[in-house]
Design a protein around this ligand. Sequence first.
Ligand code: NAD
Length: 270
Amino acid sequence: MSQQKPLAGRVALITGSTSGIGLALAEALAGAGAHLMLNGLGDADQIEAARARLQNEYGVQVRFHGANMMQPAEIADLVAQTHKAFGRLDILVPNAGIQHVSPIEDFAPEKWDAILAINLSSAFHLIRAAIPLMKTQGMEGQIGGRIVNMASAHALVASPFKSAYVAAKHGLAGLTKTVALEVAQDGITCNAICPGYVKTPLVEAQIGPTAKARGISEEAVVRDVLLAAQPTKAFVHYEHLAGLLLYLVSDAGESVNGAMLPIDGGWTAQ
Ligand code: NAD
């Protein structure tokens, strides 16, 4: 039965898939038949429970590697172990990310370094290690590969107090476009999804600090700050992101390359 699923037999590596968007997208990929390499931080028992649930529910192989996205050697090992375990790598989703909200004059330099490392440089290290594997698959006449970076509306526009995050996501846009040009004839595509606000643990964690930075209530942060720029006045849902991801990695997505694709309720149309 799994042979009829659109991604049956394909292998997907998605970082930051122990929580929020990454976990939801991992589930969507498993639902479409892809074998998975999960990655992220968190409680070992909870991660194992999520891994086992996805494997049992969707009948795909699901593994976990705890590489820290701040450590290039661990990232290289993550890609190598994925290839060793499954013999291929078709779909790469650099998704791990963190946030820190602060006026720039108080912005802790170590937070800047961590955000640039996790939200931007980890994608470079992942893609750098994955491309040779994908190119080889492409040369063998198979589907080369699909890279889908998890960017943000903040890859396209800025908001105050998020200097590192906005800089990292704008950097990810540059990386996405550059890689797309380099691999365009190798059967590989590289695109980025640019979500507006999705209610995940990452977003919930910034409500308090944003309230403090702006001197307003948490309710006001949700209404007047988070969703102020999102014309729909509604959070983006996981399913909306999953729909675009599954399109981009499908055969129909073959000509989409180097695109920054907003799913933001109209935020970046303004
Ligand atoms: P989340 O906090 O729920 O999940 C983040 C994931 O990244 C977790 O699995 C965490 O363990 C992992 N992670 C963090 N630091 C890591 C490290 N050093 N090494 C390995 N893994 C690490 O957040 P989320 O909202 O699901 O965010 C996922 C991605 O989506 C991020 O890149 C974020 O910037 C992006 N994004 C989120 C929103 C939103 O509204 N939630 C909007 C636009 C873009």
